[in-house]
Design a protein around this ligand. Structure first.
Ligand code: 5GP
Ligand code: ZN
Length: 115
């Protein structure tokens, strides 16, 4: 349910998190179960359950996600070496938390294809 979801609660500060970035549009926090030396979750403040709910109205919001990723990657010192952004949608995509979010993974060589 919107507002009650775990990421909405993290965004509002009701659940503790290690915040690495915030502006009017997005919050970014360390993932609680990191899959790489750098594993940041970029959370749009607007609750959208999955990427399927994105509409034209959200075009600018998505740009803010990637601007945040650029700043975080530079701050973490991984921009030049490289990083991966992952967005999981629905069950077979591996989505567990139904608030649109983007994983920024870095600090090791990423595999392709992903599992
Ligand atoms: P998904 O599989 O939905 O794309 O990713 C959900 C991510 O949220 C997982 O990587 C998981 O480790 C992370 N996560 C789940 N609960 C919490 C939490 O309470 N705090 C933080 N920081 N990350 C969480
Ligand atoms: Zn939410």
């Amino acid at each position: 349910m919107q507002g009650d979801c775990i990421f909405c609660r993290i965004i509002r500060g009701e659940i503790p998190s290690k915040k690495v970035f915030e502006n009017e549009h997005v919050v970014a926090v360390e993932d609680i179960n990191p899959q790489a030396p750098v594993h940041i979750l970029i959370l749009p403040k607007k609750h959208l359950s999955t990427s399927l709910e994105i509409t034209e109205e959200d075009a600018v919001l998505l740009c803010w996600v990637f601007l945040a990723a650029n700043e975080i990657a530079r701050n973490k010192g991984v921009a030049d070496k490289g990083y991966r952004i992952v967005m999981n949608c629905n069950e077979e995509g591996g989505q567990v938390i139904f608030h649109l979010h983007f994983h920024l993974l870095a600090g090791r060589h990423m595999l392709w294809p992903p599992g």
